[in-house]
Design a protein around this ligand. Structure first.
Ligand SMILES: Nc1ncnc2c1ncn2[C@@H]1O[C@H](COP(=O)(O)OP(=O)(O)O)[C@@H](O)[C@H]1O
Ligand SMILES: [Mg+2]
Length: 124
């Protein structure tokens, strides 16, 4: 069964065309890896392509894996989700780790000004 269908997807940021006519399918049970150099559009593809329903499905699966004590390293902008399932949170900016500790500490009481600014931006 086709779980995800992307057809002729395009995305630009102002003058920068980041996704140019992307088409791909993901079928149930498939593991798909998206590879490519930094800046090639991987993150943009996942943010445009994933509708809220599919995002929720994926978060549910990750939560289950976390409950089964699967060791995972997750890169995400889903802050509330990261807070709820993580034992440890690492916040990076500009090539350095600016803060790392228990999720409640970083997310509810960020001590670093860059962490604060980032969390505020995501809230909007
Ligand atoms: N919110 C944004 N505003 C402007 N440009 C962006 C934004 N997000 C990504 N880009 C640009 O889009 C291109 C693809 O970025 P991205 O999807 O993050 O690539 P990847 O995840 O493969 O490194 C890069 O040139 C990046 O600078
Ligand atoms: Mg990326």
């Amino acid at each position: 069964m086709k779980l995800l269908e992307i057809k002729n997807l395009r995305k630009s940021f102002d003058d920068l065309e980041v996704l140019k006519d992307i088409s791909m399918d993901v079928n149930e049970g498939q593991v798909v890896s998206i590879l490519g150099p930094s800046g090639s559009g991987k993150s943009t593809l996942l943010r445009s392509a994933l509708d809220p329903e599919l995002t929720a499905e994926i978060l549910k699966v990750l939560k289950k894996l976390a409950e089964e004590k699967m060791t995972m390293v997750i890169v995400t902008h889903e802050i509330a989700f990261a807070r709820s399932i993580s034992d440890h949170v690492v916040f990076m900016d500009g090539g350095v780790i600016v803060e790392q500790c228990k999720p409640a500490d970083v997310i509810d009481k960020p001590s670093n000004v860059r962490t604060k600014a980032f969390l505020k931006k995501l809230e909007q």
